[in-house]
Design a protein around this ligand. Structure first.
Ligand code: FAD
Length: 261
């Protein structure tokens, strides 16, 4: 089975203090610590477990800058066989449809049975998987938390509101978005990272993919982010400041004072 997993390099929420950029429409992305999007890590683990059972290849792909190569190598150290970096100045400022168009252009050059994305990434849009599926004319299931592989079909479980579970049979090839908790992603050690440090990762730009420059990047973005802010605090709300220990202490004090403990 040929599996492609779309992965995104995102700021690591555990490692960064976030501030807004001067335009006030995004995070200040200078000097942030980055890692692979958590949902994508589960998707890669699932893909590796599938090929361990039925054979095949896992390719990881990302749309990003030169530094995004590090997340491809990390996922290859985990067990993905190949990586593809889609990188071009023309991709900067793409909206979700732009990112999906770029991915779709590369996906249709390959012959994948299963395309996986995470259920969502750092911007929380949750739109790439569905858009890629629609552009490729493939069936799509979101929030997948269980997969059973058949010959030309898969059975996927989906998490439903209220803790209910739904099972669907899907014809291959198809696109699915993976929910966290579907598995336990394996640990990636330094030795694994070293092993793939020199593996060739092809880099492709707009020309290689044959995407229309007008449909991607800022020129093609029909959705433009115009503001980004922390909402005003509601009445009675209080923001606890300090280190984690200090915040815990203050929270316990507040709960005791209000009779909650
Ligand atoms: C500099 C900059 C400028 C931007 N400008 C705009 C803009 O003008 N308008 C706008 O609407 N948005 C803009 N964005 C947001 C960007 O387009 C979003 O990343 C995109 O909409 C996807 O949303 P998401 O990150 O929430 O991904 P989701 O749709 O939540 O991600 C779901 C899954 O899709 C896959 N995926 C997502 N992104 C990638 C990727 N890059 N490579 C491979 N797989 C991926 C992953 O598997 C991920 O788990 C900008 C972002 C940046 C950093």
């Amino acid at each position: 089975m040929e599996i492609l997993v779309c992965v995104k390099r995102v700021p690591d929420t555990a490692e960064n203090e976030f501030e807004l950029n001067s335009a006030g429409n995004d995070l200040d992305r200078d000097d942030l610590v980055y890692s692979v999007n958590e949902w994508d890590n589960y998707a890669v683990e699932e893909a590796i477990q599938i090929i361990d059972k039925v054979g095949g290849n896992v390719t990881v792909i990302t749309v990003g800058d030169d530094e995004s190569e590090e997340v491809l190598r990390r996922e290859m150290a985990m067990g993905a066989n190949d990586g593809i970096l889609l990188c071009d100045d023309a991709f900067d400022g793409s909206d979700g449809k732009g990112i999906a168009s770029i991915l779709k252009a590369e996906i249709e050059k390959g012959s994948y049975d299963l395309v996986m994305t995470g259920a969502q990434a750092d911007e929380g849009a949750g739109q790439i998987g569905g858009m890629v599926a629609a552009m490729l004319g493939m069936p799509y299931a979101s929030l997948v938390n269980k997969i059973e592989i058949g010959d030309d079909k898969i059975i996927v479980g989906r998490e439903i509101e209220g803790g209910n579970q739904e099972m669907n049979e899907m014809q291959l090839p198809c696109v699915i978005s993976i929910q966290t908790g579907i598995n336990e992603p394996r640990y990636v050690g330094i030795r694994g990272i070293r092993k793939v440090a020199k593996v060739d990762i092809p880099v492709k730009g707009a020309g290689d993919l044959g995407v229309d420059p007008e449909s991607i990047g800022e020129a093609g973005a029909k959705t433009k982010r115009v503001d980004y802010f922390v909402p005003d605090m509601g009445e009675g709300a209080e923001m606890l400041e300090g280190s984690t220990d200090e915040i815990i202490e203050k929270l316990i004090e507040r709960l005791k004072a209000k009779g909650g403990l």
